[in-house]
Design a protein around this ligand. Structure first.
Ligand code: RUQ
Ligand code: CUA
Length: 682
């Protein structure tokens, strides 16, 4: 139930909600909202005075009340955050976790970039090994990366699903820059795997989970040069030298990890494959990937060639790729070749086996988003003011009836647009991405208009002339890219809220230097008209996609069972209990087993010789939530977070001579400052 502005101001809803802003506020702030009526109280007088002193009008107060989460609100309370956003952190390489409707930043999860606060990539084996394994040059046609890579451009988070609904187990996210993908376990919100995806040099929007997380999908963005020894003439022979790859990474249901041995790719033409989405319900078993630059333009603007953006938008149509992955699964065992450790179904095979089809998409398409019912697929063409809606029933019929316009230059059949289009809606300039609510509406971002358009999306909610219609439009601030409606890309959207991910904030926040924050705007979807509730500056990275999940689907751990290694989520063989502490020297290796608790490391004196290999096993033996300790060694670039119960191992060569005062980096107790020790390297 939502409280309207009028109810709030007049106090009509006060009885039901216990909200007593009351009549005085109404009178003072009333304006066009009118005023008067409703119960008056001491609280209303106070609220009125505060609102007046802070120059807040009734609309501001209503919005504040809709988003305010009182201190101490417990998950599940009516006044607590009902949803979490999992947001890409863009070129910060991280994931951001944000509460809705409060729009409070709850966590930054270190993924591709080392993150000292969590000890991600600063000496602990459990994270260092993940970052290191994430740069695997054997997987790429191009030669060795100058790794390990320590940053990523996170773009598209994909929450794991069961029967097309988020299940709160894992979240995957891609690195746009380096063609990689990572997995975060939502039991402890930590990165467990970074996979350098074979044959992918880059990847943009092609990330999603299939409806039961059988696979997580990722595709190329810029196509890959298959034989790097041909780099010199590669752009002149673009059509033959480059290929795209649609990748299905098999997910281990217990650990969430992706298993290359059971994964496969479908080879694609060297267009720029962009956003992608999974079929669901009636379209389950299929995936849809749009593309641009079917012109295969490669630039050359200094030597008389067309700039890439001109060459790449010359054609009126690009192509949606329609892939039957259930069919591909049956073919991959016998008809694939192995390339850089990955089974690949060649393009000709994909065509011959009926695995790959194309459908025309208007002018520089970007988003492709499957409707909760599974039948409709919305595509925004950046240079076309319409959203084009395809019907999967029509696509199936067109494939069965061989309604092809022609083949593309690689022999892939192109379906007739008229045969597969279910409708189109003129929405405005620069349509990009669509999300859905629980009432049959779609919401599409309009980059050039800086707006969100709401439109009806066919059956079962809308029929006949109402089937595909623009119903509302809301200006946002500014240059919106993605948008997210709560659970808005699942089979059961939650509606209620939408967040606009605006690339520019211009005048919305105080000037904090020349690099400005992005702007997340929370939009209320419960009324007839969409309404902005609040702005949230994003001061880290440039988020691309975000998914919004019901908070109660996440079952995160508060503490680890004592001795847990976060990488395996099992007891670490080197974890020790109280009194198990020891130091052991074998040749030039010194191995230390240390307990960590409020307020000491034991042992607190470690003496080694210069050049020794030092291995320190740390076990935080605390079981109290939040009793986290840090372990840092100055000058050795070591900073480990030891959450309650966590076990970690730090290994290094003691090459710097001196006395190094290691210390706890978390203010854990009254004697936190005393929680230190000495590493002597002589
Ligand atoms: S994208 S702003 Cu990087 Cu998903 Cu469309
Ligand atoms: Cu332990 Cu501070």
């Amino acid at each position: 139930m939502s409280v309207t502005r009028r109810e709030l101001i007049t106090g009509a809803a006060a009885g039901a909600t216990g909200l007593v802003v009351g009549g005085v506020l109404g009178k003072t702030l009333g304006g066009d909202d009118g005023g008067g009526g409703g119960g008056d109280s001491g609280l209303s007088g106070q609220a009125e005075a505060v609102a007046k002193a802070r120059d807040l009008n009734s609309e501001n107060v209503t919005r504040a009340v809709k988003t305010f989460v009182p201190p101490g609100a417990k998950p599940g309370d009516k006044n607590a955050d009902e949803f979490f956003l999992f947001s890409s952190g863009g070129h910060s390489g991280q994931i951001l976790v944000i509460g809705v409707p409060s729009m409070r930043l709850l966590k930054v999860i270190g993924v591709f970039a080392p993150e000292p606060w969590q000890g991600h990539g600063y000496g602990a084996d459990s994270s260092d090994s993940v970052i290191k394994a994430g740069t695997d040059s054997k997987n790429k046609p191009s030669s060795a990366a100058r790794g390990p890579l320590t940053w990523g451009d996170t773009h598209h988070p994909a929450l794991s699903e069961t029967k097309g609904e988020y299940d709160g187990r894992f979240v995957y996210i891609n690195d746009r820059a380096n063609g990689r993908i990572a997995m975060v376990d939502l039991r402890d919100f930590k990165t467990k795997q970074i996979l350098d995806v074979p044959n992918l040099d880059s990847s943009h929007g092609g990330v999603f989970c299939t409806p039961n997380t059988e696979y997580v999908h990722i595709s190329t963005m810029s196509p890959t040069l298959v034989d790097p020894s041909k780099a010199e003439k590669a752009l002149e022979t673009f059509k033959d030298s480059f290929r795209g790859y649609s990748t299905f990474l098999k997910v281990d249901q217990k650990t969430g990890k992706m298993d290359l041995a059971q994964s496969f790719q479908v080879e694609l033409p060297p267009y720029t494959q962009d956003l992608a989405d999974s079929g669901k319900l009636s379209s389950e078993g299929w995936v849809f990937i749009n593309s641009y630059n079917s012109e295969m333009a490669s630039g050359g603007n200094l030597t008389g060639g067309k700039p890439i953006e001109v060459g790449a938008s010359a054609n009126d149509f690009d192509y949606m790729h329609i892939i039957n992955w259930k069919k591909a699964e049956t073919v991959v065992g016998s008809k694939s070749k192995v390339m850089n450790g990955m089974r690949v179904i060649p393009l000709e095979t994909a065509v011959a086996e009926g695995i790959l089809y194309l459908a025309p998409e208007p002018k520089s398409p970007h988003g492709v988003d499957v409707h909760p019912g599974g039948n409709y697929i919305s595509v925004g063409g950046k240079l076309d003011p319409h959203v084009t809606i395809y019907g999967f029933d029509k696509i199936k019929a067109a494939i069965d009836g061989k309604q092809f316009e022609k083949n593309d230059p690689f022999g892939v059949p192109i379906l007739k647009l008229d045969a597969v289009r279910a409708g189109s809606v003129e929405v405005g300039l620069g349509p990009l991405h669509t999300q859905y609510d629980d009432k049959g509406y779609g919401y599409i971002s309009l980059f050039l208009d800086s707006a969100v358009a709401k439109f009806s999306v066919g059956e079962p909610y809308f029929k006949g002339a109402d089937a595909f219609k623009l119903v509302d439009k809301l200006p946002v601030h500014y240059n919106i890219g993605h948008l997210v409606a709560m659970e808005g890309d699942t089979v059961k959207p939650a509606g209620k809220y939408l967040v606009a991910l605006n690339k520019w904030s211009i005048d919305r926040f105080p000037v904090v230097g020349t690099l400005k924050p992005q702007n997340f705007q929370l939009v209320d979807l419960t009324g007839e008209k969409m309404e902005i509730l609040t702005d949230m500056p994003i001061g880290i990275g440039e988020p691309h996609y975000v998914q919004g999940i019901r908070a109660d689907r996440i079952k995160a751990w508060e503490v680890y069972p004592v001795g847990t290694n976060p990488l395996t989520m099992e007891k670490d063989p080197n974890a020790i209990a109280d009194k198990g502490e020891k130091i052991q020297r074998t040749g030039s290796t010194v191995e230390i087993w240390s307990t960590v608790r409020r307020s000491q490391f034991k042992p607190d004196n470690i003496s080694v010789k210069q050049g020794d290999k030092v291995i320190i096993h740390l076990t935080n033996i605390e079981t109290t939530p939040d009793a986290t300790h840090g372990f840092s060694i100055p000058r050795y670039n070591v900073n480990v977070s030891l959450d309650p119960g966590e076990a970690a191992t730090v290994e290094f060569t003691a090459d710097a001579k001196g006395a190094f005062a290691f210390y706890c980096t978390e203010f854990c107790s009254a004697l936190h400052l005393e929680m230190q020790g000495w590493l002597l390297v002589s």
